[in-house]
Write a protein of this length. Structure first.
Length: 342
């Protein structure tokens, strides 16, 4: 990205390029997770083949699904607030787009390298709850409203352990910049050995566990899928949506999962860094390395989704406030002490 900006393009050209890059990344990330994990991995785990008709091994199934949603009628409930109802999916999708702005895929492959990158990413991801509340309230449906309120309570509860899990990494790296955090892991050493750097998962394994659990809840993935509980709330805040607007919610869900997996890979697994690869070659191999780490983290997310049953609402809140938050505070305290001592 910086190499292209060195050509001094106009501001509108730069902005357009960045928008296109983020758009392609969002769509590609959602495609990879839906086809690779939702369609195929879950099928194979349940001794099924998954979609096989559209394209080789069902590869074009998503295109078929996209065409189906485009043909469906865009329905507005008679008592809905039409403007808020229509804008809700775009608010959720916009928050997803903004998270991708600060995720580095190489030494120079980053849209914006903010000094407070991780703070920006978490702040933008939190905006999605506004879209969810808009969808639930504007639908004029009690099931939608209950699902939206569940989602708001869940996101507020698990936002705290998510942020606190990252504090340990920030303390160790002494920076909020995601690019700097990657460099700190690349330049570190393990008992004097510098061959693989210092992936923070070695020292922040507790933080990684907390981040993984909180991320699962933020994404409303099973066992934290109470806002969309079909057996209780039909489809939660999505009950009244159809056609392209339902598709936008669907894309945002899996694109956000891809973004959170990228953040986890960057914070704890070294991001784009590959031992022994530097300079321009890192910009070539970096995205592939980051992609492989994202797939690994995503596998954990969907493995949990397909394995565990749904929590009760009281169990969800208890797990966050009584276990994850105290554990994350202990992790921060231990990290601070070790940072001072060593």
């Amino acid at each position: 990205m910086h190499a292209l900006l060195a050509l001094n393009p106009a501001y509108w050209q730069t902005t357009t390029l960045k928008l296109v890059v983020i758009l392609l990344t969002v769509v590609t990330g959602a495609f990879i997770l839906v086809y690779g994990f939702l369609f195929k991995m879950m099928a194979h785990m349940q001794s099924r083949l998954g979609p096989m008709e559209a394209g080789p091994h069902g590869l074009l199934q998503l295109m078929a699904e996209f065409g189906k949603f485009l043909q469906k009628e865009d329905i507005f409930p008679s008592k809905a607030d039409r403007r808020v109802f229509a804008l809700a999916p775009f608010v959720v999708l916009a928050s997803t787009f903004l998270v991708y702005v600060v995720i580095p895929a190489g030494p120079r492959l980053i849209v914006e390298d903010f000094d407070t990158g991780i703070f920006f990413a978490l702040a933008m991801s939190s905006l999605s709850v506004l879209g969810v509340l808009m969808a639930g309230w504007a639908s004029a449906n009690k099931y939608s409203l209950m699902g939206a309120l569940r989602a708001a309570g869940q996101l507020i509860a698990y936002e705290l352990p998510l942020v606190l899990a990252i504090v340990g990494v920030v303390v160790q790296a002494q920076s909020l910049s995601l690019q700097t955090i990657v460099h700190q892991q690349a330049d570190g050493a393990i008992f004097g050995f510098t061959g693989i750097g210092t992936p923070f998962i070695l020292t922040q394994f507790v933080g990684f566990f907390i981040f993984l659990v909180a991320m699962q809840a933020e994404l409303t993935q099973t066992p934290f899928d109470m806002p969309l509980a079909e057996s209780e709330l039909v489809a939660g805040y999505l009950t009244e949506y159809s056609g392209i607007r339902f598709l936008l919610f669907f894309i945002a869900e899996f694109a956000t999962a891809f973004a959170f997996a990228a953040i986890a890979a960057t914070l704890f697994l070294g991001g784009w860094y590959v031992p022994g690869v530097h300079g321009a070659m890192a910009d070539v191999i970096g995205p592939l390395a980051l992609g492989a780490k994202i797939i690994g983290v995503s596998f954990l997310i969907f493995w949990i989704r397909f394995t565990y049953p749904r929590f009760r609402e009281d169990q969800l809140q208890t797990f966050a406030w009584k276990y994850l938050i105290p554990l994350s505070l202990i992790n921060i305290t231990a990290t601070g002490i070790l940072k001072v001592v060593f």
